[in-house]
Ligand binder design. Structure first.
Ligand SMILES: C[S@@+](CC[C@H](N)C(=O)[O-])C[C@H]1O[C@@H](n2cnc3c(N)ncnc32)[C@H](O)[C@@H]1O
Length: 284
């Protein structure tokens, strides 16, 4: 089959399923599955695609139409310019999390990098946040922690894919349990959805992101309580904590950290204007 004909079939399947941006989703799914660069498609839209690959593309198109997210099908996505592999046990990193990365980079700017900046990423998943920070801060080192062993395996693989493995290590832990050392930045995008609200999430999230990455307990705030309770004991002098929050959680999270003597500093909004990342300091 010709590439443009295949693309037309994929577009039709996605349009029939009511996928709003079916044109761009069809293009990404088809070209990524076939490992064809957009420039190659544009210069030779009639190039031949073998039958087996056509079948693979159409199978994926049908699964996309059934609600499987595009990047789950591809098995990877880009975040902060990094190529990140995904697995069933890792959250698919979201663009909203760029706000947390930006806040973390701003907090560490001005640090004397020669002292060896140390970052702790709690609930690292694919390693998205830690690896994005390492990409921005060439002298920093990061420890990625997760309860999921499989997530840590993926995070290590992602560090290697992005040539950051020399400065990235992992440890399986329940938040701070069993951790040693002090850090300049403790960063976390923890699970923050209320347990009862998970069933109401869009099926592309509910059925494909791991519940361990979503479930924040009865009020969605359990992870913030666990992190706030111990964070100060793991900070170097002048160290800070940066967390991502869900919509409308800012006041509650600020209150939780204040009880542990950590006071709110800088903030960041996501691209929809929602308050998404908060910084906490031990004083002022
Ligand atoms: C919302 S995901 C964030 C993943 C990644 N940091 C990102 O931003 O894309 C939360 C992560 O916390 C991990 N997690 C959940 N409970 C945990 C716990 N008690 N201790 C350590 N990690 C935990 C999950 O496995 C998941 O990887």
């Amino acid at each position: 089959m010709r590439l443009d004909t295949l693309l037309a079939h994929v577009r039709q399947v996605l349009a029939n399923a009511g996928i709003a941006d079916h044109r761009s989703e069809a293009r990404k799914l088809t070209l990524e599955t076939l490992s064809i660069e957009p420039s190659s498609w544009l210069s030779d839209p009639d190039q031949a695609v073998d039958e087996a690959m056509c079948r693979t593309v159409m199978e994926r198109a049908n699964r996309l139409a059934e609600g499987v997210p595009l990047h789950r099908l591809l098995g990877w996505r880009e975040f902060h310019g990094l190529h990140l592999r995904l697995s069933a046990e890792t959250l698919e990193p979201r663009d909203d999390t760029e706000a947390l990365v930006e806040l973390g980079v701003a907090a560490l700017r001005g640090h004397d990098e020669r002292e060896g900046v140390r970052i702790l990423d709690l609930g690292t998943g694919t390693g998205a946040v830690a690896l994005a920070l390492l990409a921005e801060l060439p002298e920093a080192h990061a420890l990625g922690v997760d309860l999921s062993e499989e997530a840590l395996r993926i995070a290590e693989r992602n560090a290697a894919i992005n040539k950051l493995e020399r400065r990235f290590s992992t440890q399986q832990a329940d938040w701070f349990d069993g951790l040693d050392g002090l850090f300049d930045l403790i960063v976390s995008n923890p699970p923050y959805i209320e347990s009862n609200a998970i069933e109401e999430l869009d099926r592309t999230v509910r059925d494909h992101d791991p519940h361990l990455a979503l479930d924040g307990g009865v009020d969605g705030l359990a992870a913030y309580r666990a992190i706030a309770a111990e964070a100060a004991a793991y900070l170097r002098p002048g160290g800070v904590v940066a967390v991502e929050i869900g919509r409308g959680q800012a006041d509650d999270v600020e209150h939780i950290f204040a009880k542990s003597g950590l006071h709110r500093g800088d903030i960041r909004r996501d691209m929809n204007g929602i308050l998404r990342a908060l910084l906490f300091k031990t004083s002022g």
